[in-house]
Design a protein. Sequence first.
Lengths: 240, 87
Amino acid sequence: MEHPILFISIILEKLGLPIPHGPVGHTFLEQLCAPYMTYTWLVMAFLFLVSKLTLGNLEMVPGKGQNFWELVIGGMDDFFADNMGREMADKFFPMIATFALYIAVANLIGLIPGFMSPTSSLNTTLALTLIVWISHHIIGFKEHGLHYYKHFIGPVWWLIPLLLPIELISNLARLLSLSIRLFGNIMAKETLLAILFMLAGSFFAPLPIMILGVLVSVVQAMVFVLLTVVYFSQAQAHAH
Amino acid sequence: MSDVKKEFVQLLANYGHVGFTFVASIIIGLGGGIYLDQKVFDGRTSPWFTFIGLAFGIAAGYKTLLEILWRNKEKQEKPKQEDKRIE
């Protein structure tokens, strides 16, 4: 279920490129031209261009554009430092801040008619989640070596058969819940908007859902980032 | 953003995912049990691994729930201790 009209897909179709009509294309070119891919590139280009235009030359006395970015980046930096400590925040700021900006813009872009959220496809969210999940294991392994796996088997040896499955399941549940929560929330928003547009678009029926959509987009971006921060700091702190 | 709104969003971010994580743990436990029953043992052990997996899944769900609660409790108690140190 998508917006009825996606303008990038129409442009690509006019250019003679194949657009998949199902959720996933069959050939490589079709997969590259799938709407969630093209809109991912649009979000990337948007972030590149906006930061290039507003941050072209840094000044001591910030102008309007630089002021905005200082507010956003400063706020995020404080938030990370509060939740995972100064050192970790400095180390992983580029990665998590990129996730935050990308997810927030990708969620919000779906509110404009003719655009869709790349995050309303499970492929995008699963890719983001896999990056987070794998890197939190790498952080834990780097920090503690093999001792990192000790927290999977619990404090005493006779509890291993009980605790090992529980720990494994709850660790894998992070993968599932992180990806499907973002995907589900955004896809629900997109589907609801598309249906309301088709039913009563000329009576402004989608407007209330759009207001809720702004809240959902911001909250989901924040949930993703907060959980990433929490997982990273837990993996780093598991000393016992 | 005003302070009330900020707090609201932070509360949503902290506790809004409790239900989903709970369900995800149960689904993974149950799915693992069904996989063991049907694919690994070809249905010979039929209902047993499903039930065991379901039990482990529910236990893992409660574990993640308690972890979220304890984490936020610690965070709330930490600033109080810092205040005491200053005094």
